[in-house]
Design a binder for this molecule. Structure first.
Ligand code: NAD
Ligand code: ZN
Length: 353
């Protein structure tokens, strides 16, 4: 069993082990020190694959259970579907001393987390991520929320889980594209501060070491979240590849998924760093090579103008400045603030136009 402790206001553990889903009830009972009603919130795909296993394990440990599946997909990460979760919990007379178990990828984790933050002004929740992206990134750190028509994750709350349970066996049923999304975020952690992780992801057999990959990424995220729980300082490093990655996602109308867009955003950020003379050119070659090996894209068919227009309205914009995370080399990056006025020229360079 691998364990990463996340030492924020209310601290919690991330446990990583194969087969954990079938034993989740005992671990959750241990952390809560009691049993209660556990509401499993999931999506239809994950429900069909793992819903029974998780529910059975919770019942074996003495929990009362009920289970609600939303339709899968980013397009369902909205206030209407989120309300169906709340209505279901109210119907089931879930009380403040009960528990939400968020079983699924980042969409379920963010929505069920936001339900936990707001239902009866807040109840406890446990994250059981089932995609690589959710295991290495979204289940840790306490950001929860849903999308608005105006943009992604525009409504939400900071709400930390009581426990995160990662069962890498769940990754076996993922589509290759969904797995690749998680690889995109994992490469990010390599470039940010872990050259050995980056080198491992360049080999064909990293899938045999998913526990190690998850532990490495979660440890890095935990340290940044501990320093900056509310995302006003060093947590911004996690935005490597995201400044232009988000713009790519939005220009594609979300047809390019998050991890794929982050991979493109990392290539763009590195090209910018090379042009500024703060990163040697071979690092760009290494990142492009790594991206291709993992079946991720290195560019998108959007003009600098399109990307620039969208990037200017990014919610992370602070006044007249935007922050890029720029690599110096694999394992070291810097935060680099740029004036919005300079953005058109910088984006042109970043996309290699
Ligand atoms: N809170 C954060 O800090 C944070 C960080 C990064 C991303 N996110 C959010 O995460 C979301 C993306 O998450 P995602 O990539 O996990 O997408 P997702 O939750 O939509 O899952 C992708 C697809 O895989 C299916 N699936 C999930 N687990 C499966 C399994 N084990 N086997 C087979 N199919 C499975 C789902 O049903 C879905 O169709 C985005 O909404 C993004 O905004 C949040
Ligand atoms: Zn991300």
């Amino acid at each position: 069993m691998r364990k990463v402790h996340v030492n924020v206001g209310k601290s919690y553990d991330v446990l990583i082990e194969r087969g954990l889903m079938a034993q989740c009830g005992a671990y959750i009972k241990d952390v809560l020190g009691k049993t209660c009603t556990a509401v499993i919130l999931t999506d239809d795909n994950v429900d069909a694959l793992y819903g029974d296993t998780v529910q059975q394990s919770l019942e074996n440990a003495g929990f009362g259970t009920c289970r609600f599946a939303i339709p899968h997909g980013e397009e369902n990460k909205n206030l209407q579907i989120w309300q169906t979760m709340l209505d279901y919990m109210a119907e089931q007379r879930v009380t403040r001393t009960d528990l939400i178990v968020a079983l699924g990828g980042g969409v379920v984790g963010d929505m069920a987390g936001f339900a936990a933050a707001s239902y009866l002004r807040g109840i406890s929740f446990v994250q059981m991520p089932t995609t690589l992206l959710a295991m290495v990134d979204s289940s840790v750190g306490g950001k929860t929320g849903v999308n608005l028509p105006a943009g992604k994750n525009l409504v939400g709350a900071f709400c930390q889980p009581k426990l995160v349970l990662c069962d890498p066996d769940a990754l076996r049923s993922l589509d290759a594209d969904v797995l690749a999304d998680g690889v995109g975020e994992s490469i990010k952690y390599g470039v940010l501060g872990n050259k050995p992780l980056f080198d491992l992801l360049a080999t064909a057999d990293w899938m045999d070491q998913t526990e190690h990959v998850i532990e490495s990424c979660v440890s890095a995220k935990a340290r940044l979240v501990e320093e900056d729980e509310l995302d006003t300082g060093s947590r911004q490093y996690l935005n490597l590849g995201h400044t232009l990655g988000h713009a790519v996602e939005r220009c594609s109308n979300y047809q390019i998924s998050h991890g794929h867009a982050v991979a493109i955003g990392m290539v763009y950020a590195t090209r910018l760093a090379v042009s500024m003379g703060i990163c040697p050119p071979h690092v760009l070659d290494e990142i492009i090579d790594m991206t291709k090996r993992n079946h991720l894209p290195t560019s998108a068919p959007f003009t600098p103008d399109m990307l620039c227009t969208v990037a200017q309205s990014d919610k992370k914009r602070a006044g007249d400045q935007l922050t890029f995370v720029l690599p110096h080399r694999i394992g070291e990056c810097e935060l680099h603030r740029v004036d919005i006025a300079d953005l058109p020229e910088l984006v042109q360079i970043a996309v290699g136009a």
